[in-house]
Design a protein around this ligand. Structure first.
Ligand code: MCU
Length: 386
């Protein structure tokens, strides 16, 4: 008699376990595989070899992907900062503290459309047309972490809090800044921004930053990385294979010497990117199921075949989750770097309308880029996650 009462109650409780508690149950490893694999790693297998079968499994998979990519590429993304903020006349003033240290910075907010306005956080300045009705929040990311070549490692407001020897590269430090902007928006009133309708954009090096912010900051509703190329929408492994075919393409071995976008940890992988536990199709997977429109360009250095194959693989993750239309990529044709061509406008507009304005827009099957045979870079198939 006793069990006939207790068991049904238990069954209901298990089904209703909320997302945060389910994620708390994930076993996130602290060491990561470095087995050589020239194919893009299987996003549907845990590192211990077990299959990712359900959407809840995938949430756990994303936690281990995040841990691996922080460990091997990006450096640690701190999540314990506290923020105080004030808002006045288009300026949001932010003080972030952690470990007994603090730093302050401001961002400007323009173009809010009345209460509950969507907004796009723009690294440096927006290189995409931000439509009417969507505010622009200009984020001076260089203040948070410098990107002035090798000698600038560890400089900027992020490192004033966490120390110049912190493992985070600039991309991670900037994502931390984005996270603090959202904290500050939530702590203040008068700016008219709805923090559930926030996009993030940047172009080129700042496009890598926007992609990483969309991946690490799960309060971002729409990622809009523009011409991020290598280190963003490109997969390290595909870029290496393109380089071997003679293309003038940026690879891991070049990028670690050019600037401080990545953690020092990444140096160990620069000439053996095929031993990374993850690749950047999974950076897209970290954004899933949230909105992601990847804007590219057919400039050799950005690796158009690599970004196309990589983002096709990324869309397989969205498809497995049952939300293929929540991600698209556009970038056919060569044009001036970071200029925005009219042939990308309708794709961008559809994503902004759907994910920031809450409208019913058609974002289905947006896959525009050069010919790239994704099948030759993967040895797995995407399941339908239940
Ligand atoms: C595409 O982003 C970078 C690229 O990774 C660098 O190699 C190059 O020097 O600069 C590009 C950029 O940020 O252009 C503005």
């Amino acid at each position: 008699m006793k069990y006939s009462v207790v068991l049904p109650f238990f069954a209901v409780t298990v089904l209703a376990v909320p997302l945060q508690e389910r994620q708390a149950e994930c076993k996130v490893p602290t060491t990561f595989p470095t087995t050589a694999n020239s194919k893009l790693p299987n996003p549907f297998k845990f590192f211990d070899g077990t299959d990712v079968k359900t959407k809840a499994d995938f949430e756990c998979k994303n936690q281990e992907v995040s841990a691996a990519i922080q460990n091997q590429e990006l450096g640690v993304f701190p999540t314990t900062a506290k923020v105080t903020a004030t808002y006045s006349g288009g300026t949001l003033s932010i003080t972030a503290s952690d470990n007994g240290k603090s730093t302050s910075f401001t961002v400007s907010i323009r173009g809010a459309s009345g209460a509950d306005s969507p907004a796009i956080i723009a690294y440096g300045a927006a290189s995409i047309p931000v439509p009417a009705g969507v505010a622009t929040i200009v984020f001076n990311n260089d203040q948070i972490a410098a990107q002035q070549g090798q000698n600038s490692r560890g400089q900027g407001k992020f490192y004033d809090v966490y120390g110049s020897g912190h493992s985070a590269g600039a991309l991670t430090a900037w994502a931390w800044g984005v996270d603090r902007i959202i904290d500050a928006l939530e702590a203040t009133t008068g700016h008219n921004i709805d923090t559930k309708k926030i996009g993030v954009t940047g172009c080129s090096r700042n496009g890598k930053g926007a992609f990483v912010a969309a991946a690490l900051v799960n309060r971002i509703a729409l990622g809009i990385p523009q011409e991020s190329g290598s280190g963003g929408a490109a997969c390290w492994r595909v870029s290496d294979s393109e380089k071997a075919k003679g293309k003038n393409i940026q690879t891991a071995s070049q990028i670690v010497g050019e600037n401080v976008w990545f953690s020092k940890n990444f140096n160990a992988f620069s000439t053996k990117a095929n031993t990374l536990a993850t690749d950047h199709h999974q950076l897209a997977g970290m954004v899933a199921p949230r909105g992601l429109i990847v804007i590219e360009n057919e400039i050799d250095w950005l690796g158009p075949v690599s970004t196309t194959a990589c983002m096709k693989a990324g869309r397989l993750i969205y498809k497995a989750l049952g939300v293929p239309d929540n991600m698209g990529f556009t970038g056919a044709g060569n044009h001036g770097h970071c200029s925005f061509p009219s042939n990308q406008q309708s794709d961008l507009t559809a994503f902004i309308n759907k994910f920031l304005k809450g409208q019913d827009a058609n974002t289905a099957n947006i896959e525009k880029g050069p010919t790239a045979d994704v099948a030759s870079y993967i040895d797995w198939t995407a399941p339908t996650l239940t």
